[in-house]
Design a protein around this ligand. Structure first.
Ligand code: BTN
Length: 276
């Protein structure tokens, strides 16, 4: 871990939520780049008021505290930046094909393996701090019923890939899912490295144009029919997703023309399910 991110770590076996803890520490003058890490969260938080399942010893539950000199309206760009960082890190460490569901879910196949929750505090149009919360299902084997159909883990995906391969080679496999455990420390280091690299470049460039192509190559929604639903679940747009632009917005071709969607409190789904 050579860079600034994660040089200082605040670790506890159990926290309610690493984001909540990072926000508490930020008020107490904690440093830019502080990594808040837990082995288990008892009240892990997701987007749109949802919870994030965080059983002991299974995942990466981390929050990075950032104190950038950045216009508040640019803070939302950090979430797709983080999504690309995690997807690249997952591919490097596990070899699994990690894709991005706009703006910030990482999926393998059509199931979610990582979620990102960015929270910001501002004061008279200045950023006080940003907390970048990342949850990765690494060695998880069991999920709560409400997400069983849409969630997966890196361990399970490695196991399924090995099963497929051994079937193709007409060999039975006695391998158990436990034999596909992924080194969480190696993955955490890779995530921090990618994050810092993209983050530094973003501060120099001021927008996401430099990573737009890499992001769009991994965009699972691209050229697919999508439904965009706002937080109230009352307004809905359907159309074909294009790519993400340099501001981190998703372009959608609708019957009435091209629409630009900002992340905020919207969710993007396939016409029939979570991705498709
Ligand atoms: C989502 O997809 O809804 C976002 C999930 C974010 C979960 C992570 S786990 C670490 C950090 N602490 C939290 O309470 N939430 C984020």
């Amino acid at each position: 871990m050579a860079g600034m991110f994660g040089q200082r770590i605040y670790y506890k076996e159990e926290m309610t939520s690493t984001n909540t803890e990072a926000k508490r520490l930020a008020v107490g003058e904690a440093f830019h780049g502080l990594l808040v890490l837990a082995d288990q969260q008892t009240m892990g938080r997701g987007r749109q008021g949802r919870s994030w399942s965080s059983p002991k010893g299974t995942g990466i539950f981390m929050s990075l505290l950032l104190k950038p000199e950045l216009a508040p309206e640019k803070a939302a760009m950090l979430t797709p930046l983080a999504a690309l960082s995690v997807a690249v890190a997952i591919e490097k460490v596990t070899g699994l094909p990690a894709l991005i569901k706009w703006p910030n879910d990482i999926v393998i196949g059509s199931r979610k393996v990582c979620g990102i929750l960015t929270e910001m505090s501002t004061d008279t149009n200045q950023i006080c701090y940003i907390v970048l919360g990342i949850g990765i299902n690494v060695n998880t084997t069991e999920f709560p019923p409400e997400i069983r159909q849409t969630a997966t883990s890196l361990l399970l995906e490695k196991y399924f890939a090995a099963q497929k391969k051994s079937k193709c080679q007409k060999k039975g496999t006695e391998d158990l899912p436990e034999n596909f455990k992924i080194d969480r420390k190696a993955l955490l280091d890779a995530v921090l490295n990618e994050l810092e690299k993209y983050y530094e470049e973003f501060l120099l460039q001021g927008d996401l144009a430099f990573l737009q192509e890499a992001y769009n190559e991994k965009l699972v929604n691209r050229n697919r029919q999508v439904r965009v639903i706002d937080g109230t679940e009352k307004n809905e747009i359907t159309g074909t997703a294009g790519g993400m632009n340099e501001k981190g917005e998703l372009l959608i071709q609708t019957e009435n023309g091209l629409v630009t969607i900002r992340s905020g409190e919207v969710s993007v789904r396939g016409l029939y399910g979570y991705v498709e």
